[in-house]
Each structure stands twice: as structure tokens, then as C-alpha cells.
Design a protein around this ligand. Structure first.
Ligand SMILES: C[S@@+](CC[C@H](N)C(=O)[O-])C[C@H]1O[C@@H](n2cnc3c(N)ncnc32)[C@H](O)[C@@H]1O
Length: 261
């Protein structure tokens, strides 16, 4: 990639908050380690359970990020090739996995190019008709290569839509209901691209909000399309933000679903 292209991609990801969001994940993990560890351990354990029935050729991890929730050593030991896919790979992670010869990184937009489409085409002040916008974005999807034996969609499904929806929100072009419809298209495009009997899908699907006295004050969906049924599944809670920095005076916990598809 030329220097110009690299710079333009960096500016796009910065403007759309992809880079700050990824930095935010590691900072929050350090603050909230106690509440996060159970979720991270559950994710790793479920992946290894799902992995048992898969051919040990190529494994593709979607949304690998900081690998907090990924049993990378075991995947590297068990599979011929481990491919880590994310819109950005932290330098520290590339360095940390250097000793694992069968691990490779790919920098891809896992919405299939919707990030750039929105960045280049959607401008504040213009009028957009929801139906034609929805028709347009339905054509974006990420193609998972046929030769992948195991796909792990790793706590990324809600992120695929939330970051785009938050970016669109800053331009006040769509109502909240319209943003939810847009999110549903993005979420569904991801889940239908996941190959049957070859996938482990882990995602936060709902948030619970608690006040300082731990009284439940609200529940919001994080995924706007139906989650696929699989061969086996589990649910657990992720104590995402107990220190009330994500929302003022509110604790935010996620309900997480893990499915062997
Ligand atoms: C909540 S994190 C998942 C946790 C991650 N496994 C970790 O340990 O950091 C979501 C990850 O998805 C990535 N991401 C979000 N939207 C993306 C997109 N459209 N394409 C590729 N990666 C994306 C982010 O960069 C981030 O690393």
C-alpha cells in the first residue's frame, strides 16, 4: 500500500473512532480486569469447546484486536494456520505473537467495505431516504474464503454496527429507529456470512444498566437482527463497566451469547 493510501486509511479510521475505540478497549480492560476476566475466560473456553469438532487446517479469527478473549497459543498449537482479521492490529499484538510462526494478520473491514463507503459518500446536511440507503448497504458483506475450516466471530457483531451507527449519529441524518434498521442490516449481513458447522459466534447482544445502588434501570438491545441457532450455546454476563466511566453514574453490564454454529 502506498504512503498516501495508508495515510488516508489512517485518517478515516481515526475520524470514525475505530482507533480510539480499540485503545479504549485495552484501557477499560486494565481498569475493569476483575469484572472482565470471567467473560474473557468463558470466551476462550467456549472457543476451544467449539474447536473440538473442526478440521485443524485454517482458523480465521474475526475481530482479533488485543486477543484478550482469544486462546491464541492453543489455536496456534492445534491449527496449521491462524489468520487474525481486524480493521487495525495493535503493534503490541503483532510483536507479542512473533514467536508463533503460523499466525498471520490481515487488515480488513469485516463489513465488506461499508466503512469506506459511508466515509466517502455520507455527508452532513444532505438528505437520505432510508429505503434507498438500506438497499445500498445491503450489498456489502464480508466474503469468508471457502478454504477456512473454523471461523471465530469474536465479540465483534455489535461493534460492526455500533461504530457506524455512532458515526452516522454525529451527522443527525437518521432517527434512532432508522439507525436501528441500518444496524439490523449490518448485523444480519455478518451472521449470514458465517459458514454452518464451521463457526463459533460470540457476541454481546444486550446491555443492562444499573444505578449506583445496583438497581436495574434499563435494558437495551445491542444486536438488531435475530441471532442464529446453533449446535450448542451458552450465555453469560460481562461486567463491562463498574466504574461508571462509560456512562455517568450508571454501571453497564452486557449479556453475551456464545454459539457453535
Ligand atoms: C470489542 S473488540 C473484540 C475484542 C477483541 N477480540 C479484543 O480482545 O480486543 C472489537 C474488535 O473489532 C474490531 N472492529 C470493529 N469494527 C470492525 C470492522 N468493521 N472490521 C474489522 N474489525 C472491526 C475492532 O478494531 C476491535 O479490535
Amino acid at each position: 500500500m502506498s504512503f498516501r493510501k495508508k495515510l488516508s486509511s489512517f485518517l478515516m479510521l481515526q475520524k470514525m473512532q475505530y482507533l480510539s475505540d480499540q485503545q479504549g478497549i485495552i484501557r477499560r480492560y486494565m481498569r475493569e480486569k476483575e469484572g472482565w476476566d470471567l467473560h474473557l475466560e468463558n470466551s476462550k473456553r467456549f472457543i476451544l469447546e467449539s474447536s473440538k469438532s473442526k478440521i485443524k487446517g485454517k482458523v480465521l479469527v474475526l475481530g482479533s484486536g488485543w486477543l484478550l478473549d482469544c486462546p491464541i497459543d492453543e489455536l496456534s498449537r492445534d491449527y496449521k494456520e491462524v489468520i487474525l482479521a481486524d480493521i487495525n492490529h495493535p503493534k503490541q499484538i503483532i510483536k507479542k505473537t512473533k514467536h508463533l510462526a503460523n499466525v498471520q494478520f490481515i487488515k480488513d473491514d469485516l463489513t465488506g467495505g461499508l466503512i469506506e463507503f459511508i466515509y466517502r459518500n455520507i455527508k452532513p446536511g444532505k438528505k437520505y431516504l432510508l429505503n434507498s440507503f438500506i438497499t445500498e448497504i445491503k450489498s456489502f458483506s464480508y466474503a469468508i474464503p471457502d478454504d477456512i475450516d473454523f471461523v471465530i466471530s469474536l465479540n465483534i457483531l455489535s461493534q460492526l454496527s455500533i461504530i457506524i451507527s455512532d458515526y452516522l449519529k454525529t451527522m443527525s441524518l437518521f432517527s434512532q429507529n432508522e439507525l436501528n434498521e441500518i444496524s439490523a442490516v449490518i448485523n444480519q449481513s455478518h451472521t449470514i456470512s458465517l459458514p454452518k458447522n464451521k463457526t463459533c459466534l460470540i457476541c454481546d447482544f444486550e446491555e443492562e444498566l444499573f444505578d449506583e445502588d445496583d438497581k436495574l434501570i434499563g435494558v437495551n438491545p445491542l444486536i438488531f437482527s435475530n441471532l442464529p441457532l446453533g449446535n450448542f450455546s451458552e450465555k453469560w454476563k460481562w461486567k463491562f463497566d463498574s466504574s461508571m466511566t462509560y456512562r455517568d453514574e450508571i454501571k453497564t453490564f452486557f449479556n453475551v451469547s456464545a454459539t457453535d454454529l
